[in-house]
Design a protein around this ligand. Structure first.
Ligand code: PEP
Ligand code: MG
Length: 590
């Protein structure tokens, strides 16, 4: 018998989990090799027409994919919408036509030239997230190229057994065509943490290892492979001993996952009886099921931008109302906190003409935009107020930086309520109103702001960005983004104290709240609730159940004395090592 290869490949950990199975290699036509042909001047108009036809065909094909997108992928449909727009992107579309007309070349060659130009611009960008977007250009140009060459896309919709998908790169259009129940894991040569495959795999809880370089050259269909998505490791043709070791690891991991998911229904009650409310952050109606499955006590943040993105027109009040009502009705009697539009900054909407800004994070975003766009703001407020009549809905304003903004926003809210009342349209008259505390000036003024609202929600994603001066989307400074930075802890503490003093509730809905490591300090502050990505809820609830409120309060005092983030982290580790082990997968592994 041939000895096992037992070849270990190291890639990027794209999505956690362990799986063992047979590979399925996604073959693709090599659309990169195209020939340059000269076109006689009299044939140029026909060549341009051929290109336009190919784009139309690609649009139709993509539209077909979009219409068929199954429910579990709906959250990611915006990626396909963006590809639809890229098909007509000026630099690609007009650029190709220009090449055909000016250089007298065939459409395939002209497309390649135009696309290479755009890709090189993206590749030079310092931020890896934007560099990664060069892959979107590649996927879109592949679609056009396939319809020019008359070749079909790789057909992965017919896979009939459970396999590990191995691909050079997967376009979002391809990913959405795969029947999920057939996928044990994703492996790709290209891509990183921020690639679409990574984002989709994580939200679907399917293990993935990305950026493997040459996996498609080493792995063939039906090869036996082990995938450890947590470590970013792939083992090709494992020997008996490795197989047994990973089988055990896999069983334990699954046992652990099942156990924390089961126990996520239990309340997050500390050993000394304090009950922490653990809620979810969502962006889509479809995620509500995941909130309930993961044991969420409510929705602490409904980011409402999605309905405004990637469309030429704005959503109507009725469309917004239908959406909010559905979320409220499914979650009832649990709380749903609807945040008004937080457009601008790193979130764009194509239906709105936003000016280009030098510093978008410091520009016309969130409440600032809403207060300057009364029509858009009022339509959203009316929809939220109407939905509040049918469920336990609260309203929250983002990026409050001064008290006038709250006063102004509340005045508009009251006017909207009066007009609904006059028109005899039912609405939630006693809706609770909250402010997101995510700008340092709001932290400093928290005692004054607390008099104007019913609750605070601390948005640490932005609070850290603005207070530590770290661009949240710039990966070059990502290592400086420290939730346990003493400055952040002191600010959070100040906000909590102001809220308690005023007798209002205080939550945290930034990413910081979803990491169990941060829980001892947050618990020590006695936040009323934390809100996070639904899949983080089971682990945070589990952690809360091994901690004690009294000990956390004492711990917080020590943490607040530390001079640096590293000191706080060390203190957390030294104090809570055994609790973390008790709550985490490590204990199961030992
Ligand atoms: C935050 O800033 O922490 C927050 C929760 O809001 P977003 O991430 O949507 O800006
Ligand atoms: Mg924010």
């Amino acid at each position: 018998m041939k000895p096992a290869l037992n070849l270990t490949l190291q890639g990027i950990a794209g999505s956690p989990g362990i799986t063992i199975g047979k590979a399925y290699l996604v073959e693709r036509e090599d659309v990169d090799v195209v020939e340059k042909r000269f076109i006689e001047p009299e044939n140029i108009p026909a060549e341009v027409r051929r290109f336009k036809e190919a784009v139309k065909k690609a649009q139709k094909q993509l539209q077909g994919v979009i219409e068929e997108v199954p429910g579990e992928f709906r959250k990611h449909i915006y990626i396909l919408d963006a590809h639809m727009m890229l098909l007509k992107d000026r630099m690609i579309y007009d650029g190709t036509i220009e090449y055909i007309e000016c250089e007298n070349v065939n459409a395939e060659w002209a497309l390649k030239m135009a696309v290479d130009e755009v890709k090189s611009i993206f590749k030079k960008m310092p931020d890896p997230y934007f560099r990664e977007r060069a892959s979107d250009i590649a996927h879109v140009s592949e679609l056009i190229m396939e319809s020019l060459l008359g070749t079909g896309p790789s057909n992965i919709s017919h896979i009939d057994k459970r396999v590990i998908i191995v691909a050079h790169d997967l376009s979002p259009a391809e990913t959405t065509q795969i029947q999920l129940e057939k996928v044990k894991a994703f492996l790709t040569d290209l891509g990183g943490q921020t690639s679409h495959t990574g984002i989709i795999a994580r939200s679907l809880e399917i293990p993935a290892v990305l950026g493997l370089g040459n996996a498609t050259q080493l792995i063939n269909t039906d090869d036996l492979i082990i995938v450890d998505g947590s470590a970013g490791v792939v083992i090709l043709d494992p020997d008996e001993e490795t197989l047994t070791r990973y089988q055990e690891r896999k069983d334990l991991f699954e046992e652990y996952q099942a156990m924390i998911t089961r126990s996520s229904r239990l309340p997050a009650e500390t050993t000394d009886g304090f009950r922490l409310t653990v809620m979810a952050n969502i962006e889509l109606l479809e995620e509500v099921v995941s909130v309930i499955d993961h044991g969420g006590d409510g929705i602490g943040l409904y980011r409402t931008e999605f309905l405004y993105l990637n469309r030429p027109t704005l959503p109507s009040e009725q469309e917004l109302f239908d959406n909010y009502r559905d979320v409220a009705e499914i979650m009832a009697p649990r709380t749903v906190t609807v945040r008004t539009l937080d457009i601008g900054g790193d979130k764009f909407a194509s239906g709105l003409q936003l000016a280009e800004e030098m510093n978008p994070a410091l520009g016309l975003r969130a409440i600032r935009f809403s207060l300057q766009s009364p029509g858009i703001f009022e339509a959203q407020l009316r929809a939220i107020l109407r939905a509040a009549n049918l469920g336990n809905v609260r309203i929250m304003f983002p990026m409050i930086s001064e008290v006038d903004e709250i006063v102004h926003a509340r005045r508009i809210l009251n006017q909207v309520a009066e007009s609904l009342d006059k028109a005899g349209i039912p609405f939630g008259a006693n809706i609770k109103v909250g402010a997101m505390i995510e700008v340092p000036s709001a932290v400093i003024m928290a005692d004054i702001l607390a008099k104007e609202v019913d609750f605070f929600s601390i948005g640490t994603n932005d609070l850290i960005q603005y207070s530590l001066a770290i661009d949240r989307v710039n990966k070059q400074v990502a290592h400086l983004y420290q939730p346990l930075h003493p400055a952040v802890l002191r600010m959070v503490q100040r906000v909590v104290e102001a809220a308690k003093e005023a007798g209002i509730q205080v939550y945290m809905c930034g990413e910081m709240a979803g990491d169990p490591v941060n829980l001892p300090v947050l618990l020590g502050m006695e936040l009323d609730a934390v809100s996070m990505n639904p899949i983080s809820i089971p682990a945070v609830k589990r952690m809360a159940r091994v901690l004690s409120l009294d000990e956390s309060k004492l711990f917080l005092k020590e943490a607040l004395k530390q001079p640096t983030a590293a000191d706080v982290i060390k203190l957390v580790q030294d104090t809570y090592e055994s609790s973390f082990r008790k709550a985490a997968f490590d204990e199961v592994l030992e």
